[in-house]
Ligand binder design. Structure first.
Ligand code: CTP
Length: 450
């Protein structure tokens, strides 16, 4: 009996897949097919899938040429599987030509010609109109966004940029020729389907509101708003018009942070009792965040990140909140500690622009603790510890590029209607964060007057 093995994502199961599986089966008597898990698919750079793993596996299983379906979820698994399933032939489409020659040590390797003119990527994009993004603001974060959006498929393109300071937008467009520059926000809104707001904090609400009122989807840099009522209003408008509104706290959408939350939810450290996290960044005094008396400072700049695990683990209800800030001579906070408790779980978040500390996250529970290595907001490596210091489990999850690709992918996912849940960062969580920003700005005003 000759066993053939092949692998693939098999999203939106199509004719090209069937042809490949048919020819693969003809090379032997038994065909084993590995279907790639969602997480492993993402790790390999394909961020958007239309079908769930269940559907992808069921489609392959229902294909008459397939005898056995297995899950592929890690690097190195092909070598293991070939031995385990006693595969004589490894088959893959010739888009991979040469890439799997290393398997020749274990079995025959065959590259079959692809069926021309069809792919999951083209099917994912084709039935959906192109999503043309307009960017508001042309600073550091806009550049990162432009690089990251190129890694996300699903019909999304950044094509427009607006900045009231048109010269700044023109400088950006000189680096990214795909951009058309607008001197008027209304004109840009007329040309795009979605906006990414990357302007100074205090302008987010007004730009987002205007875009939503004109029927545009909004991906807004953090903080979405500086007042609870403003955040509520934005979500209300978005809901009424069936538009996607997302706050771009990148950590919320990255795979490592979500793995961490799932492990905590599974009870790996018992009941959570304390969350400690820090995000500090020594910043030159001439930058906006160190010089803007009204909206600059360590809290407004960095607290969106440190509030995220706190809100995720303490919830949004019945929180008692207290701040402590060290202000500079202009009344801008160089260092802020935020203490939040829900009565059962305590937390402390530290933010600094003029004070530096280790950027780690520690979640303490009744059975142990989780420590996420710095920089925890780009969650990649973390460990679970118990009473016995030898009893340590470590986890490593990819965090690709600057990480904005994860929030962009989720935005596209939701916009295209493939996945509609907002569980990575719910409306309630985003509104709560805005309300904490509002409380902080009140606190700082009082502190200045003391
Ligand atoms: N395949 C093929 N002909 C096509 C498309 C895919 O022979 N037109 C083969 C691939 O080479 C691979 C298998 O089908 O061996 C599963 O590929 P998969 O990655 O699921 O399919 P694609 O449609 O290529 O997906 P994508 O567009 O997302 O890369």
């Amino acid at each position: 009996m000759k066993t053939v093995i092949t692998y693939g994502v098999f999203d939106l199961f199509h004719e090209g897949h069937v042809n490949l599986l048919k020819r693969a089966k003809e090379l032997g008597d038994r065909l084993v097919v590995g279907v790639t898990s969602n997480e492993f698919t993402k790790q390999r750079g394909k961020l958007l899938l239309a079908d769930s793993l269940d559907i992808r596996m069921a489609n392959v299983r229902n294909c008459p040429y397939v005898d056995e379906v297995i899950l592929e979820d890690h690097y190195g698994q092909k070598v293991e599987d070939i031995q385990k399933y006693k595969a004589d032939v490894f088959v893959i489409g010739d888009d991979w030509k040469g890439r799997f020659d290393y398997l020749k040590k274990w079995c025959e390797v065959v590259y079959l010609p692809r069926t021309p003119g069809i792919s999951s990527s083209s099917l994912r994009t084709a039935p959906y109109p192109k999503i043309s993004f307009g960017i508001v603001g042309s600073g550091r974060i806009a550049r990162r966004f432009l690089n990251e959006i190129k890694t996300v498929h699903g019909g999304v393109h950044a094509e427009h940029v607006y900045n009231p300071n048109k010269e700044s937008a023109e400088r950006l467009a000189a680096e990214y020729p795909e951009l058309t520059v607008y001197g008027s926000y209304d004109d840009m809104l007329g040309s795009c389907k979605a906006v990414y707001i990357a302007s100074p904090h205090e302008t987010h609400y007004a730009y987002a509101k205007k875009a939503l009122l004109q029927g545009k989807h909004v991906l807004c840099e953090k903080p979405l708003a500086l007042k609870e009522s403003e955040a509520q209003e934005l979500y209300k408008i978005a809901e009424e018009r069936s538009l996607v509104l997302m706050e771009a706290i990148k950590t919320a959408y990255c795979p490592g942070f979500n793995r961490l939350l799932s492990l905590v939810g599974t009870g790996f450290i018992g009941e959570v009792r304390d969350v400690e996290c820090a995000f500090t960044k020594l910043t030159p005094t001439e930058l906006r965040e160190r010089s803007d008396r009204e909206y600059g400072g360590s809290f407004t700049e960095l607290a969106s990140y440190t509030l995220l695990p706190v809100i995720k683990l303490l919830g949004c209800k019945d929180l008692s909140i207290r701040f402590e800030s060290q202000l500079d001579e202009n009344g801008i906070d160089l260092y802020t500690k935020t203490y939040i408790s829900n009565g059962k779980v305590f937390s402390c978040g530290k933010n600094g622009l003029g004070v530096k500390t280790e950027g780690e996250l520690i979640i303490a529970g009744t059975d142990g603790y989780i420590r996420v290595d710095a920089p925890w907001w780009k969650t990649s490596r973390f460990s679970i510890h118990h009473e016995d210091p030898q009893d340590v489990q470590t986890f490593q999850v990819d965090f690709a590029g600057d990480g904005l690709r994860y929030e962009i992918a989720e935005f596209v996912d939701r916009l295209q209607g493939w996945h509609t849940s907002d569980y990575h960062l719910t409306k309630e969580e985003s509104i709560k964060i805005a309300s904490i920003f509002e409380q902080y700005l009140e606190y700082r005003k009082e502190l200045r007057n003391k």
